[in-house]
Design a protein around this ligand. Structure first.
Ligand SMILES: [Zn+2]
Ligand SMILES: [Zn+2]
Length: 420
């Protein structure tokens, strides 16, 4: 059944254009050019969503949002605030008052439908921009899985982006955001650790140079200064021609250790991983779903090692019940003995972790640069067979660069598209 939306806007042409766009997108739409009759219609027969123009005479969009959120009958109704203002304070205020999304005009029809769809259906999308570890891989060995180093995003329905790592894949993310003419970006960038393959395309992330974007960056470090130099010492004269002083986005950089914090409904928890230097695994939770990003990480032989066994248990508890466990699967079991102590894991231990964590799905990630697409296929087959042999209900996925998944509560994510 089509979801019902009410639009309240005193500008007749905006009202009609917005109505037509949403009707074409499959919504059943009613419109009101004045606030009071619109609010009465909402009270009489609550719709699934309401789009409120912020600048209305009398009761404006924010005040209407505040009043609607006082009604217990309307808790599940999605509220969108439409505004021509790009001020952070307005947006923050709207979200604090209980709006689900703040949409700034002008906006393209496709972007409007995307924002409305994602919010109405509560869809969190997971996209891979780079899946290789250590070094980018070019040429025939990487045509199917892609050759970029780690960068993964979660798109939150309210428009925020969570970005894991800034390997060479972040350049593809940057291009995609530019092509979509995305509105002002609000992002949390969570860096696992400052090894090259996880940070070295940060200077090529164009949103950093655009005023109006708001980007909060987190990286391992005991103080904020440490985190900043871990990320941006690569932008000195020797390594890069542009200094981080050229950034125009509103930027905050924070050092993180283990613990958790919350940002408007997004809960981020961290755990120190088994890797040279401080490397953080992240667990991000939003509206009942969770994704764990656990790379780079070595799962040592547990036989006879209480320490390794305890670490496995702690990591399994950290990732327990997660919808998606994205994890370092650098080596095959046959390769691993040559690389003990390098800080990366092999297939059988990844399977052990996913099964113990009771993850709904495990995504094999951070492939060694010496491996071809066919080698990665074999790791996938090995992992899928080991999981099947154990009769565990874990879905094994080996994502390719450009792939997007919808993350749904307590079910396996489904592939929805391959990004171009
Ligand atoms: Zn790495
Ligand atoms: Zn590393």
């Amino acid at each position: 059944m089509a979801k019902r939306i009410i639009i309240i806007d005193d500008n007749a042409s905006t009202l009609e254009v917005t109505r037509q766009i949403l009707v074409q997108a499959g919504y059943e739409v009613s419109t009101f050019s004045a606030m009071q009759p619109g609010l009465q219609a909402i009270a009489q027969n609550p719709p699934d969503g309401v789009l409120l123009d912020i600048a209305m005479p009398g009761v404006d969009g924010l005040e209407a949002c505040r009043r609607l959120r006082l009604s217990p009958q309307l808790v599940s109704m999605k509220i969108f605030i439409l505004s021509g203002k790009r001020f952070d304070q307005e947006r923050d205020r709207a979200l604090r008052l209980g709006a689900n999304a703040y949409i700034t005009k002008p906006i393209t029809p496709a972007e409007l439908v995307r924002r409305v769809d994602e919010t109405m259906h509560g869809v969190v999308k997971l996209t891979y921009w780079g899946v290789r570890g250590t070094l980018p891989v070019t040429g025939h060995r990487s045509l199917r899985y892609g050759g970029n180093t780690p960068c993964v995003t979660l798109s939150i329905p309210d428009g925020r982006l969570v970005i894991f790592d800034a390997g060479s894949g972040i350049y593809e993310l940057s291009r995609s955001l530019a092509a979509a003419k995305s509105q002002r970006l609000e992002a949390l960038l969570l860096v696992s650790h400052p090894h090259w393959d996880h940070v070295n395309a940060l200077p090529f992330f164009a949103p950093l140079y655009q005023a109006g974007n708001r980007i909060e960056m987190y990286a391992p470090g005991s103080t904020d200064v440490d985190a900043e130099s871990a990320l941006f010492s690569q932008m000195g004269d020797i390594h890069f021609p542009i200094s981080s002083r050229e950034f125009a986005a509103q930027l905050t950089i924070r050092g993180l250790s283990t613990g958790s914090f919350e940002r408007r409904g997004l809960k981020v928890s961290t755990m120190a991983l088994s890797h040279p230097g401080l490397c953080l695994g992240y667990r991000v939770e939003f509206d009942g779903i969770s994704v764990c990003y656990v790379t780079d990480n070595e799962l040592f032989d547990r036989e006879g090692s209480r320490e390794s066994e305890e670490y496995m248990e702690r990591l399994a508890a950290f990732a327990h019940g997660t919808d998606v466990l994205i994890t370092d699967t650098t080596y095959t079991d046959a390769e691993y003995p040559r690389f003990v102590g390098w800080g990366h894991s092999r297939v059988s231990e990844v399977v052990e972790l996913a099964v113990r964590a009771e993850a709904h799905s495990v995504h094999l990630f951070h492939h060694d640069p010496s491996q071809s697409d066919d080698d990665i296929d074999r790791k996938h087959q090995d992992a899928a067979k080991m999981i099947a042999d154990r009769g565990a209900p874990v879905i094994c996925v080996t994502p390719s660069e450009g792939q997007t998944f919808e993350v749904k509560r307590s079910e396996a994510p489904t592939v929805v598209k391959i990004a171009s």
